[in-house]
Design a protein around this ligand. Structure first.
Ligand SMILES: NC(=O)c1ccc[n+]([C@@H]2O[C@H](COP(=O)([O-])OP(=O)(O)OC[C@H]3O[C@@H](n4cnc5c(N)ncnc54)[C@H](O)[C@@H]3O)[C@@H](O)[C@H]2O)c1
Length: 468
């Protein structure tokens, strides 16, 4: 059954949510405070790179089920309304989640709903990732403007992964809904019925606190897996083991699982780092410290620092004046999102050490150029690597595998590839004449960098400027 939906915030989560809810038959209005973003969307384009999204945005807009507006008031006129809040919740200076965008949005909704539609029933769904207790605070704000019989607050955290967000939304491992209102719960079941009907699991929690915490628990588990496999990668290098074979073998154990078990440059992105910080902050405030979560944050920072040292080591210990090409800027393949991307940390460190950088990313050159205008951004890999002393792979874009590496060996100054994603075929690279350095794969590290004493890169040096 079609329902009236409004999505507040058309970022990576809000736009996917709005488009996918329209795709399963609902009538959706997406509202954003960013007029530039809305202008792009109303012209039929999308402001982010997300595979498959543009198509469903266009199709549903054409069918009249999906529209974009800055006019929240009109959207709030529907008597029966499901309103998603999907605004950003970045890290505040003290490490907690900055909820100012969320509460600004909620305060506006409360005021305008009471003025425009005092009779109906509105379900306010908190889609943003928020610390435990936030939904109760949202409830209090709405209560000061609307009678309790005319609204309910629901926690419905999002688990999609950028790069396969549409697929994840349409085929979720689970949909988590936390609410205390039977009427709202019935409505949420109706809203997601087309997905639940396909066998996707709806997890209902009667305490909103459980739902809010599930999101943080998921992310800390996943980040811990990545942190651990990166620590194993470093150990592998010391003892002569291979981390790729190791992670495959342990991942085959169903209790461990293969996902998030790939050694790399350290985790980044708009979720894991900030959500871990917010979780540690929440746990501290509750006087229930979480030393494992704290250790994962510290381990990841240390790993990024060691990866920068690895690059220095491969370049005889000093990158001052060295020309280095960074291939890949987004925090992972399939997205243009550079928020807390490992490449961003690395660029900051290498620039501080006096390296001369060029960079190429198929989708993220533009946002990176806003952060580091001093880097030379190239329109193709060949231009980026021309006359460089080293190529560093920072994002696992498929196209990097298929490059004509033989030809690239002829345009660089020094044929050295430092593959911090273990993304390329080391034997093929060697056959094209490249020295190859991977992560946790000492048998392929044919650039004898281990013999070079690592530079001491100070611990403070590799903290990325937030691109949020
Ligand atoms: N990006 C992900 O992969 C992902 C996955 C799961 C959960 N989340 C969570 O979802 C939330 C949103 O993340 P995102 O990556 O989509 O953020 P984003 O920064 O891409 O998008 C947020 C949008 O909200 C808009 N906005 C801010 N204040 C507003 C207001 N008052 N009214 C209308 N629009 C407003 C901004 O203009 C922006 O377009 C965060 O809490 C995040 O932690 C993100």
């Amino acid at each position: 059954m079609m329902m009236n939906v409004c999505v507040l915030g058309t970022g990576y989560v809000g736009l996917v949510t709005g488009a996918c809810l329209a795709e399963i038959g609902h009538d959706v209005t997406c509202v954003d405070s960013d007029v530039d973003k809305l202008a792009v969307l109303t012209h039929g384009d999308i402001p982010i790179f997300e595979p498959g999204l543009q198509k469903i945005v266009q199709m549903n807009a054409e069918m009249g089920r999906l529209r974009f507006s800055d006019d929240l008031r009109s959207a709030l006129e529907a008597e029966e309304l499901v309103l998603f809040v999907a605004v950003g919740t970045p890290t505040a200076p003290d490490g907690s989640a900055d909820l100012s965008a969320l509460f600004n949005a909620v305060a506006t909704v409360a005021r305008q709903r009471s003025a425009r539609c005092p009779q109906g029933f509105m379900i306010l769904v908190v889609k943003s990732t928020v610390p435990v207790g936030t939904c109760k605070r949202v409830q209090a704000v709405l209560s000061s403007h609307l009678p309790g019989s005319q609204f309910a607050v629901v926690s419905n955290p999002e688990f999609l992964r950028e790069g396969c967000a549409v697929q994840d939304f349409m085929h979720p491992d689970r949909i988590v809904v936390g609410c205390t209102s039977p009427r709202a719960l019935m409505a949420m079941r109706r809203l997601y019925a087309p997905l639940i009907g396909r066998g996707h699991c709806l997890v209902e929690t009667d305490a909103v606190e459980t739902s809010e915490l599930i999101k943080y628990a998921s992310n800390v588990f996943l980040a811990t897996k990545i942190g651990l496999i990166n620590e194993f990668a470093r150990l592998c290098e010391a003892v002569g083991a291979d981390v790729v074979e190791l992670s495959r073998a342990i991942g085959l154990d169903h209790r461990i699982g293969v996902h998030c078990l790939v050694a790399g440059p350290g985790f980044g992105g708009s979720c894991f780092p900030k959500d871990l910080r917010a979780l540690v902050d929440l746990a501290g405030k509750q006087e229930r410290p979480m030393p494992i979560a704290e250790a994962v944050i510290a381990s990841n920072a240390e790993h990024k620092r060691i990866m920068a040292m690895k690059i220095c080591g491969a370049l005889d210990g000093d990158v001052q004046g060295m020309r280095i090409a960074i291939l890949g800027l987004s925090f992972k393949a399939g997205t243009d999102d550079i928020r807390e991307a490992p490449a961003i940390d690395l660029i900051a460190t290498l620039l501080d050490l006096g390296a001369i950088l060029s960079a190429y990313d198929p989708h993220a050159n533009t946002p990176a150029a806003r952060l580091f205008p001093e880097v030379d951004y190239a329109a193709c890999v060949e231009d980026a690597v021309s006359e460089v002393d080293a190529i560093v792979i920072m994002t696992e874009w498929a196209e990097f595998r298929d490059l004509d590496w033989e030809h690239l060996a002829s345009v660089v100054s020094q044929p050295l590839v430092i593959d911090l994603r273990n993304h390329l075929d080391p034997e093929r690279l060697a056959s094209c004449g490249f020295d190859y350095v991977g992560v946790g794969r000492p048998k392929f590290n044919n650039a004898a960098y281990d013999a070079v004493p690592f530079l001491a890169i100070s611990k403070g040096q590799s903290s990325s400027p937030s691109a949020a």
